[in-house]
Design a binder for this molecule. Structure first.
Ligand code: ASP
Length: 361
């Protein structure tokens, strides 16, 4: 496994939450919390990444994650390059490593990678120059660390604790990087009642998700739950023959009013988006329910254009990449994690622009 930390303990790469300890995850959440601003307020800007260049290489579709990474890097002063992979030389057969070497030679300092192939972010991290950082924007079914941080922060903002919570993860857990990173985050942060609920074909192998209880029907997983995480069926990772039939699936696993009533009255329901309405749930059904904050990621794309949270804070300015965390209402000051104290120094006044030396551009 790739070492994500530098010798001084600061974070260089962010490929997985699996090898981070509780304190490291808490520090990332604290920093994220310090970037949260109410909707309608201008998101904070900083020069933390001034002079740095961040390249986003997404070979799988993405809305929220990709835009969040882009806006975060821009708001921290970086130059951002979006590599349209289908228009790049990858389409002519260039290997991922050659693409990365090319970007590195163009002074890219951080690479954000989403790929359907397991191991690609780690491969990149193993080959980049020492000053370059690699951040995963979603690795196959394996890991989605920033989503895990976002989910943890969302839960914390609503519940103000992790200990004692019952969290049910429902749906296509087997193929879900979101579920794996949530498990890493929640188990490290002290959630002891983590429930997996899925039909047998979508349940992960026994040796995975240690410490979670397994439920082959929804009712027992939802009973008394504080948090319900609904997952999308990962069609792109399932062969046609094994795909559940939409209506049947919703009949057994969809979140209905009656089923939601089994959870605690103040339960929150989260979905990482995109949602297949009518299969794992439907927004209307949920938002109408009193007491259920169907909040977490619905509308996250809209929120994230106005939000300001950063997450994956590396101690080195250059190596760091950040992603927006949607601001949830009301913002609560975290009593255990430190409150929204300023983490970044205020931006210095604008320096006069230096002229480029002749011949450089
Ligand atoms: N947006 C999340 C991901 O990229 C969830 C999903 O696609 O179902 O993994």
């Amino acid at each position: 496994m790739i070492e994500q930390l530098r010798a001084d303990g600061s974070l260089r790469h962010l490929l997985t939450l699996e090898t981070l300890d509780r304190r490291q995850i808490e520090r990332l959440l604290e920093r994220a919390q310090s970037f949260v601003r109410p909707l309608g307020e201008r998101p904070p800007r900083s020069r933390l990444l001034e002079g740095a260049t961040v390249a986003n290489l997404f070979t799988e579709p993405s809305t929220r994650t990709r835009v969040s990474f882009e806006l975060a890097a821009m708001r921290l002063g970086a130059t951002v390059v979006q590599l349209e992979v289908q228009l790049s030389s990858r389409a002519k057969g260039e290997s991922m490593l050659d693409t990365i070497y090319t970007l590195q030679s163009l002074h890219v300092d951080a690479l954000v990678i989403r790929d359907a192939e397991p191991g690609v972010p780690a491969l990149a991290a193993a080959h980049v120059a020492p000053h370059v950082s690699v951040l995963s924007g979603g690795e196959a079914h394996v890991s989605h660390p920033t989503q895990g941080l976002l989910d943890a922060l969302t839960v914390y903002q609503h519940k103000q604790r992790f200990a004692g919570l019952a969290i049910a993860i429902v749906g296509d857990i087997r193929h879900s990087r979101v579920a794996r990173s949530a498990w890493h985050a929640f188990s490290k942060l002290g959630v002891s009642d983590l429930r997996l609920a899925a039909p047998a074909t979508l349940m992960p192998e026994r040796e995975e998700f240690a410490g979670c209880s397994r439920h082959t029907e929804l009712a027992s997983a939802l009973a008394g739950a504080d948090v319900i995480m609904m997952l999308r069926i990962q069609r792109e990772r399932i062969s046609e023959a094994h795909l559940p039939v939409g209506e049947q699936y919703f009949g057994a696993w969809g979140l209905t009013r009656e089923r939601l009533a089994l959870s605690r009255p103040d339960a929150i329901v989260m979905h990482p988006q995109p949602m297949n309405r009518g299969i794992e749930g439907s927004q209307v059904r949920c938002t109408k329910l009193p007491g259920a904050a169907y909040a977490a990621h619905l509308g996250a794309a809209r929120r994230s254009t106005n939000c300001s949270a950063s997450y994956a804070s590396c101690e080195s300015t250059r190596a760091c990449s950040r992603k927006m965390v949607p601001r949830l209402e009301p913002i609560r000051v975290c009593p255990v994690l430190s409150p929204a104290r300023p983490v970044l120094p205020p931006a210095p006044p604008c320096a006069p622009r230096r002229r480029c030396a002749p011949g450089r551009g």
